[in-house]
Design a binder for this molecule. Structure first.
Ligand code: NAP
Length: 248
């Protein structure tokens, strides 16, 4: 029996990077996967085909996680198409890094909207369905930066720390209905994006990590499978650092 057999998951921001790894790993574990993207339509459709070939139901939705009405529409469509929503992974996120001295109001607001308000939008959109089902697992993607802070990332750190407070509060509000809410705080995860960085700089980051390597999207996805599955049935309100020991 696969760990996520028969469960339906929504994964936001899965056209590339960590979200794509989560969608693929969920499908390998038997989940039906509805996932979103912002603009990478070709990549999203390719992933939809790849997941479907694994024998699960999969569909890509263009949906702006920062938009309250679109989140509601997405949840309605997924419920109609898939019949249930058992797992929500709020993964979509962006950065607009700058020192506080130089950061614009627009770049602060945008990062809060896409990274933090999106978690509110999507959680609210699936809440009624999960309440009716009397079960659900919500997984929110924070960051080591949300736990520790980082120079040049005040907007990003605030959004990622906000996710932790939001998620703990949801765990307290919805625990009695068997709806769990947990956070994953990834460290340095190597994706197509980091492949473009200077190799010497990246190697110095790897050397500073106790496990001596950057993480992969699959490292994050495996932690998501655990939190999404009934293996973690008694775990809620927690933040799991998946960072090779970075915060130790
Ligand atoms: P990424 O490669 O930049 O991918 C971001 C994904 O989010 C893409 O699928 C993108 O879609 C989607 N997206 C962006 N804005 C969106 C919006 N408004 N609505 C819906 N989807 C949207 O990012 P990543 O590195 O995989 O990171 C994924 C999550 O992990 C983020 O929350 C990030 O903060 C967090 N994280 C990453 C790291 C790391 O080292 N990579 C570390 C800690 C935490 P399009 O392709 O259409 O643009």
């Amino acid at each position: 029996m696969k760990l996520l057999e028969g469960k339906t998951a929504i994964v936001t921001g899965a056209s590339r990077g960590i979200g794509k790894g989560i969608a693929q790993t969920f499908a390998e574990h038997g989940a039906n996967v509805a996932f979103t993207y912002s603009s990478s339509e070709a990549a999203a459709l390719e992933l939809e085909g790849e997941l479907t070939a694994l024998g699960v139901k999969a569909k890509a939705y263009k949906s702006d996680a920062a938009n309250f009405a679109q989140a509601q529409e997405l949840a309605d469509e997924v419920l109609k198409e898939f019949g249930s929503i058992d797992i929500l992974v709020n993964n979509a996120g962006i950065t607009k890094d700058n020192l506080l001295m130089r950061i614009s109001e627009e770049d602060f607001d945008k990062v809060i909207e896409v990274n933090l308000k999106s978690v509110f939008n999507m959680t609210k959109a699936v809440q009624r369905t999960m309440l009716k089902q009397r079960k659900g697992s919500i997984i929110n993607m924070s960051s080591v930066v949300g736990v520790k802070g980082n120079a040049g990332q005040t907007n990003y750190a605030a959004s990622k720390a906000g996710i932790i407070g939001f998620s703990k509060s949801v765990a307290l509000e919805l625990g009695s209905r068997n709806i769990r809410s947990n956070v994953i705080a990834p460290g340095f995860i190597e994706t197509e994006m980091t492949a473009k960085l200077d190799e010497k700089t990246v190697q110095s980051w790897r050397d500073a990590i106790p496990l001596k390597r950057g993480g992969s999207p699959v490292d994050i996805a495996n932690a998501c499978v655990f939190l999404a599955s009934d293996m973690s049935a008694y775990i809620t309100g927690q933040t799991l650092n998946v960072d090779g020991g970075m915060l130790t």
